[in-house]
Write a protein that binds this ligand. Structure first.
Ligand SMILES: Cc1cc2nc3c(=O)[nH]c(=O)nc-3n(C[C@H](O)[C@H](O)[C@H](O)COP(=O)(O)OP(=O)(O)OC[C@H]3O[C@@H](n4cnc5c(N)ncnc54)[C@H](O)[C@@H]3O)c2cc1C
Length: 312
């Protein structure tokens, strides 16, 4: 049976759902080995389809750039003769994957939306207009997978655990994290983890209150188009798109967003897309499953009130 490594992803001391998604893909390939650096997270891993947990000891990875993580993964992959290493497609995940590919002289595929039992990946490119199936042909299959692209399988048994002490070179410790500050949060879920994302664009004219109110009643994250972030209406950390974050929630609501190809690149794999736009010709309607032709300042408060009334 092929050995597959997945890198455990955690947000605020909690194992992220994306870890379960990686495990679900890995399960179809072979034995799922979850690699982590924070032992305190181990009990949470039994929620997912993980066969074995590898606890990396002797290095505090929070103090360094991703280089020591990549080195550790390379050593574990070698010791296990791993067929594949699956990592969440975040900026950090992609940096780790890139470094790992260099160390192991392997091929890498990033931003995949799926990988099958034969290690063939699916990617949506050119703003979602083209589906690419690709496979790594040299070395270990190193693949980063977008969050929210599969429903995680539940764990059926407590995984076994083992410890691994990687040998980290001085070179990998050259970039040191001098301080970190948790991002200010308003109690909303993380954008790339959220199952519902409500995004606002230039059509908000800088007033995100109706977008936020609708997001809050649905327990959703708030996203923004680049037009909105460039105008300083919403933080750049919330930008969705080619030069922003990639999201793939169950529900994506685009409010006052035209649907430029660069915006689509970050949200087109959402399971259901709803567009609210006062221009019936807006390109976002070509992509949307449901569309409301209307002014977001009328539509959103009504939708928020209707949901509140239903809940009451
Ligand atoms: C290299 C490059 C990278 C880029 N990366 C990104 C990226 O990562 N993310 C991104 O989003 N963009 C990106 N862009 C910019 C992208 O091309 C668009 O300019 C941007 O997405 C437009 O944002 P928007 O839809 O909010 O604004 P617009 O295109 O101006 O659309 C606003 C929409 O709001 C509607 N509207 C106006 N008022 C209302 C109202 N009251 N109610 C309802 N609807 C209303 C209008 O009908 C219109 O359709 C990139 C561009 C380049 C060149």
């Amino acid at each position: 049976m092929s050995e597959v490594l997945i890198l455990v992803d955690a947000v605020d001391g909690k194992v992220a759902k994306s870890t379960g998604e990686l495990a679900t893909y890995a399960k179809a390939i072979g034995k799922v080995n979850a690699v982590l650096f924070d032992e305190a997270l181990v009990p949470q891993l039994s929620a997912y389809a993980i066969d074995n947990v590898i606890i990396c000891k002797g290095i505090d990875v929070t103090k360094f750039s991703p280089a020591p993580i990549a080195q550790s993964l390379a050593q574990i992959a070698k010791s296990k003769s791993a067929a594949a290493v699956l990592i969440t497609s975040s900026a950090k995940g992609k940096e780790i994957a890139g470094r790992l590919a260099v160390i192991t002289e392997s091929g890498i595929i990033t931003d995949a939306s799926a990988i099958d039992s034969e290690l063939i990946t699916t990617q949506l490119v050119f703003g979602g207009s083209t589906t690419v199936h690709a496979a790594v042909t040299h070395g270990i299959s190193i693949v980063t997978l977008r969050s929210n692209s599969i429903e995680p399988l539940a764990g059926s048994a407590t995984p076994t655990t083992e410890e691994f002490v990687p040998k980290i070179s001085d070179l990998a410790k050259l970039a040191v994290v001098t301080s970190t500050e948790p991002a200010a949060k308003g109690g909303r879920p993380e954008l790339t983890e959220a199952s519902i994302v409500i995004s606002g664009g230039r059509g908000t004219n800088g007033d995100f209150k109706p977008v936020e109110a609708f997001a809050d009643i649905l327990g959703a994250a708030v996203g923004a188009s680049r037009a909105a972030t460039d105008a300083g209406w919403y933080p750049h950390t919330h930008q969705v798109g080619q030069t922003g974050k990639t999201v793939s929630p169950q529900l994506y609501v685009a409010c006052g967003i035209s649907g430029a190809i660069q915006h689509r690149a970050g949200m087109q794999t959402s399971k259901m897309i709803v567009a609210i736009n006062k221009d019936a010709e807006a390109p976002i309607f070509e992509l949307a499953d449901y569309g409301v032709i209307g002014d977001l300042f009328n539509v959103l408060p009504q939708a928020t009130a209707a949901i509140a009334a239903k809940r009451a």
